[in-house]
Ligand binder design. Sequence first.
Ligand code: HMG
Length: 398
Amino acid sequence: MTSIGIHDLELATAHHVLDLTRLAEYNGTDPAKYHLGLGQDQMSFPAPDEDIITMGASAALPILERNGAEGIRTLLFATESGVDQSKAAGVSVHRLLGLPRHVRVTEFKQACYGGTAALQAAIGIVSRFPGERVLVISSDVARYALDSPGEPTQGAGAVALLVSADPALVEIEPATGLYTDDVDDFWRPNDSSTAVVDGALSVSAYLDALTGSWDDLQAHGGPGIAEIDRLLYHQPFTKMAKKGQQRLARHTGADLSAALTAAEQANAGDARDTGLFTGSIYNRRLGNSYTASVFAALAALLDHDDDLAGRRIGMFSYGSGSVSEFLTGTVRPGYARRDRAERVAAALNARAPLEVAEYRELHGRVFPSTQDLETPRVTSAPFRFSGLLGRARQYERR
Ligand code: HMG
């Protein structure tokens, strides 16, 4: 059987960053609640001329520069912060990237799970047409109401994947675990720019979906816990991955390290290190990037773990509402790309810090689609959202 999976991967984020210590000082919270209680240090925040399309195109551009566009006949764009009710965000990305006309483009939605659904669809297409490659882009801006419990778990980011036969990074294995449960834990009504969430319910729904999808993986011939070397989780905040790891350890009876920091890892004793800390390195600084989050965890692992060749990774993808999937993949020899680790670190370090007052003003700024508009030139990314013309969103390469 043809081996199919992730051939290349790239991460992009937004122009601004808010340090959560600043947010804690502003609202009188102990900063330790954010840093330790939620496991978050920062959150990316878009400039007025950025959105899911500019971030998604920025993530995909280096992939095309490295691999060319030959054989790409499908672009799948996953998001839960879509900017139009009809047009797929990927169509704008298709133009910005200069892709040829003979490409199918569509958008996937099911909360944070959409990127994994797009990855599986891409694998299906490549299994039918092994000479084709599929560009999968997951891009989101996570936004909750100001002064709400969800506020410190906002964030923004995009991950682009090139899916192909004989992949250079990770071969995705056929057995997979699925779990769907109609639950009102988190959603975003059509007339709201921020999500509605029942925080406590969302945490328990996530953990139930984790064991539910794990059991389904086992029922479908997937590898047992001892045969999985690294474990990655959807990370709305990195502490959620720790809760997931603890739940999976209890559920399987395995002694898995739940250390989320290097210091905790040093004290983890005999508990098996499955890369929880390493997989959280980017998400701790990005915040929630919804559909991109689990792939940001994969990027962090590939970029910071030197011993992955031939190892099996388990990945838990959760999308509120809820749909989830537990999939596995094996890392290919020669996967390491030191230059990406440097690029991601540079992008995270280069974000322009916001004062809390600036952040609150930006958070409240919503452009009504009924007025023509030119956005201020702020972003230093390759692409920008330049404004609205006749109610249509305009994008340009910088
Ligand atoms: P909260 O009110 O901040 O909760 O809301 P809390 O008061 O229980 O505090 C959180 C943690 O901080 C607790 O730790 C506290 O003990 C600890 P835990 O008991 O959970 O281990 N804490 C401290 N630690 C150290 N020093 C201190 C201190 N004080 C307290 N001084 C909540 C937290 C996550 C509910 C909120 O942020 C929220 O609603 N977030 C948005 C929803 C969310 O992220 N849910 C996660 C699961 S659902 C999901 O992943 C899907 C999603 O990504 C969307 C999608 O799929 O589309 C969200």
